[in-house]
Design a protein around this ligand. Structure first.
Ligand SMILES: NC(=O)c1ccc[n+]([C@@H]2O[C@H](COP(=O)([O-])OP(=O)(O)OC[C@H]3O[C@@H](n4cnc5c(N)ncnc54)[C@H](OP(=O)(O)O)[C@@H]3O)[C@@H](O)[C@H]2O)c1
Length: 306
């Protein structure tokens, strides 16, 4: 594939964030032109990255900012969407009006299509919203989209397993033997750049791709973590599957995380967070990040800050 055949100009909404930054940097390193949309513009030291101020509440201003791009990637904070629930549709409408060819929605999670297809646990409203949004993009707005499922970000595994280093405990659901998918921030960035480098635009439309850094069970992670810490085993105080189902079904829109966390644990324990197939090989991507090494590095960084 020649450069002329690839998408070349990318706008990354939230391109300063945990995944937005590595996505922007990996695309820039692969030679693509990247506009990072941020609420505050700043100078760039990378010749392939430009920072542009964006007002996400103003659709026509967004249209102007997005004109001239081939792809818009939504990597905005979840809190941005909670604070302004029309934001995803506004950004997509502006993308369409600006004549952009492809939109990457804010999926970046367990594979919600798989959860809906397997249909063995109730689908949380947040997951439903992601799937409805795909339908909106494809059927209503007619804006080609590429969704990317990442599993749990490796940095969020301690939260998923409720790891407490002070008490040396963890809390999960069920037995903790089922492997789930987790992907690191850097691997997400490299996967996105590999997909746009190695797949033709026609292979990227109206579909989803699955990236995986590692597929491990809670027990495997806790054992490896204890081994690398040179400590004893983490004591586990796990919820039953029934208890998790009950908590996950208690959805309070003013405090979404209360039901989301037990639901995510449930997704992982019931095998919904795994999957036989991923698209690492399809996009010629080799993952580099390890769940346990990320947990340990984040812990060292947090203690260096104190
Ligand atoms: N799979 C998982 O485990 C997992 C975990 C966490 C998140 N996620 C998903 O990944 C997405 C990105 O997460 P992230 O952690 O990379 O995001 P993040 O770093 O928290 O935020 C990304 C950017 O969003 C912008 N932003 C923050 N608050 C905003 C607001 N109120 N209005 C407009 N812009 C705002 C900020 O950019 P500026 O300050 O430069 O404007 C920030 O750098 C989330 O939306 C969520 O869907 C998945």
């Amino acid at each position: 594939m020649t450069n002329a055949q690839r998408h070349q100009r990318f706008a990354v909404a939230g391109g300063t964030g945990q995944i937005g930054l590595p996505i922007s940097q990996s695309l820039a390193a692969a030679g693509f032109q990247v506009t990072v949309l941020s609420r505050t513009a700043k100078p760039s030291s990378d010749k392939n990255i430009v920072y542009t101020a964006a007002d996400y509440s103003d659709e026509s201003a967004l249209v102007e900012v997005l004109k001239g791009h081939d792809v818009v990637i939504d990597a905005l904070a979840f809190t941005a969407i909670l604070a302004d629930q029309d934001l995803p549709k506004r950004l997509a409408r502006a993308t369409k009006k600006a004549g952009v060819k492809l939109f990457v929605p804010n999926d970046w999670s367990f594979d919600m299509e798989r959860v809906a297809e397997r249909n063995d646990i109730a689908v949380h409203p947040i997951a439903n919203a992601e799937l409805d949004y795909h339908k909106y993009l494809q059927n209503e707005l007619k804006l080609p989209f590429l969704g990317i499922w990442t599993g749990i970000f490796t940095a969020y595994v301690p939260m998923l397993l409720s790891i407490d280093f002070d008490t040396h405990t963890a809390s999960f659901v069920g037995k903790g033997d089922t492997p789930f998918i987790s992907t690191g921030y850097g691997d997400i960035g490299r996967f996105v750049a590999a997909a746009f480098t190695n797949l033709a635009p026609s292979q990227l439309e109206n579909r989803t791709l699955r990236v995986v850094s590692q597929l491990k069970s809670p027990n495997e992670i806790l054992k490896e973590l204890a081994g690398k810490l040179g400590s004893g085993e983490f004591k586990q105080d796990n919820m039953s599957i029934e208890e998790a189902k009950e908590k996950a079904s208690n959805v309070d829109f003013s405090n979404m995380f209360e039901s989301m966390l037990p639901w995510l644990k449930l997704v992982a324990e019931t095998g919904n967070g795994g999957g036989e197939n991923n698209d690492n090989a399809l996009v010629h991507f080799e993952p580099k990040e390890s769940i346990v090494d990320t947990i340990l590095a984040d812990r060292r960084a947090a203690s260096d800050k104190q």
